[in-house]
Design a protein around this ligand. Structure first.
Ligand SMILES: [Zn+2]
Length: 80
């Protein structure tokens, strides 16, 4: 059992940057954090590869840098 040391974060905005593992694009993710266990998908703005974040709603994604793989294809996924 872990102690309740963390303040409730529901409604807080979680902002982080990541690099797409598929195409190398850099983007910033703005997610409204939910409770532990809440997850929402977001997609790389360049190739569409989806990732999962701890969030109550679909995160907003801002492209910071274009893809670095030199290709123009989309990541093969069923969504979008
Ligand atoms: Zn990508």
């Amino acid at each position: 059992m872990k102690h309740a040391v963390e303040p409730p974060l529901t409604g807080a905005l979680s902002i982080f940057e990541r690099t797409c593992a598929y195409c190398g694009a850099r983007f910033r993710v703005l997610a409204a954090r939910g409770r532990e266990g809440d997850t929402a998908d977001y997609a790389c703005p360049d190739c569409g590869k989806t990732y999962e974040a701890q969030a109550i709603d679909e995160p907003e994604v801002q492209l910071l840098g274009r893809r670095t793989d030199g290709k123009d294809d989309r990541y093969q996924e069923t969504m979008f």
